[in-house]
Design a protein around this ligand. Structure first.
Ligand code: GLP
Length: 251
């Protein structure tokens, strides 16, 4: 039998992000006190924006340093160079890394320009680097309209690892406005697998707004199925959903 992960419903996203950011500072400090770097799995999309803003604020106030933090991003679009404005490399620089003291060598994001011949080795090296860093202490997640985490679209196996994935038409549609049209949206990505994500010791999934209410409810209370990769979180010992009132209203 599985127990659903706890869902914490906050008045609004700012309160949710403030709470989670303070919890993360506590976790980072306790890990660093043992003499090792803290390893964070990071996400992209509109959802984590207020959370990253909060981390930057804490950094500016001297309450959070990234000097001894190692990061691994969930995914990257295939075919986009790092400098493309819609690449997740650009996103992470713009929304977080350019504003904090993280050493460039501590940042890991899959390379969207890897050639087909080198792709399998690149994905295996990504998994090796996570392992070499000691595994992910804290994984941040959003949720797509298809219930995906990372880019693990419906059908992604529970034990999948970092690999090339094909984007669902719904996911591409959702990305179309920022790319200036559906035909500009990449068709494939590299994504950590469900298995990679589920190995993180602690997981926080964020979701805001009405549009996420139904899929959040399905992920939390529906069957555990590869049709909704976020439902696998029901089997994780330390996964929590951080929701605003609108995203939590169907629970
Ligand atoms: C993309 C990302 C996911 C993200 C999802 C939802 O598919 N790969 O990590 O959770 O979009 O995006 P948003 O937060 O903008 O709703």
């Amino acid at each position: 039998m599985t127990e659903s992960p706890p869902a914490r419903v906050f008045a609004d996203r700012s309160e949710a992000c403030r709470t989670l950011a303070l919890e993360l500072v506590g976790l980072v400090v306790s890990i660093q006190a043992t003499g090792r770097h803290a390893v964070l799995g990071l996400a992209t999309g509109r959802t984590p924006l207020p959370f990253y803003a909060e981390l930057i604020r804490l950094h500016r106030e001297g309450k959070l340093s990234f000097a001894r933090i190692i990061t691994f991003n969930l995914d990257e679009y295939l075919g986009l160079p790092a400098r493309h404005p819609e690449s997740y490399h650009s996103f992470m620089r713009r929304e977080l890394f350019d504003h904090v003291d993280i050493p460039a060598a501590n940042i890991h994001i899959p390379d969207g320009m890897v050639t087909p011949e080198k792709l399998a080795a690149h994905c295996a090296a990504y998994e090796d680097a996570i392992r070499a860093a000691g595994g992910i202490d804290f994984q941040l997640l959003g949720i797509g309209r298809t219930g995906h985490i990372g880019f693990n679209e419906p059908g992604s196996p529970r034990d999948s690892r970092t690999r090339r994935v094909e984007l669902d038409p719904i996911t591409r549609q959702d990305a179309a406005p920022s790319f200036g049209g559906l035909d500009q949206v990449p068709t494939h990505a590299i994504s950590m697998g469900c298995g990679t994500i589920l190995e993180a010791r602690k997981i926080a999934l964020l979701a805001w707004g009405d549009a996420k209410a139904a899929i959040v409810n399905e992920a939390l209370t529906g069957p555990v199925t590869d049709r909704v990769s976020a439902s696998f979180l029901q089997e994780h010992p330390d996964a929590t959903f951080y929701l605003d009132a609108e995203a939590g209203k169907a629970l």
